[in-house]
Ligand binder design. Structure first.
Ligand SMILES: [Zn+2]
Length: 128
């Protein structure tokens, strides 16, 4: 068990270590909503086992909570996804589209409209 925990810790440290490169890319704001406070790297599912900037986004607490395993969000606070799904930063676009899908599945019409009107590059679509 201890070894698993060590590995988890090393992984979290490596992820935190992406902070600087992600901040530079993101202009020190949340890559989904643009918020400037409480930013931390968040790993986008589906990437390599080692944290990778191409599979991570800089995200504020609200967005991390919404994207996290518990998926805590209130739809009224997520309208920024209408813009974020068009991000030209691939991991941010992936994260935004996945979250918008969850929101749409929960019955939010605006999220469904945002996804319906979205053009996704085929190279991004295969990653979803
Ligand atoms: Zn955010």
């Amino acid at each position: 068990m201890a070894r698993g925990r060590d590995r988890h810790q090393a992984h979290q440290q490596a992820l935190a270590g992406l902070g600087r490169v992600l901040s530079r890319r993101a202009g020190s704001s949340c890559e989904l909503c643009g918020e400037g406070a409480g930013l931390r790297p968040f790993e986008v599912e589906g990437g390599p086992s080692e944290p990778d900037p191409e599979w991570a986004v800089l995200a504020c607490e609200r967005c991390r909570e919404a994207m996290g395993p518990k998926g805590r969000w209130s739809a009224g606070e997520l309208r920024f996804l209408e813009t974020a799904v068009w991000s030209d930063v691939v991991p941010a676009q992936l994260a935004a589209v996945r979250l918008a899908r969850r929101v749409a599945e929960a019955g939010e019409g605006w999220a469904r409209d945002a996804l319906d009107g979205l053009y996704l590059d085929p190279s991004v679509e295969v990653l979803l």
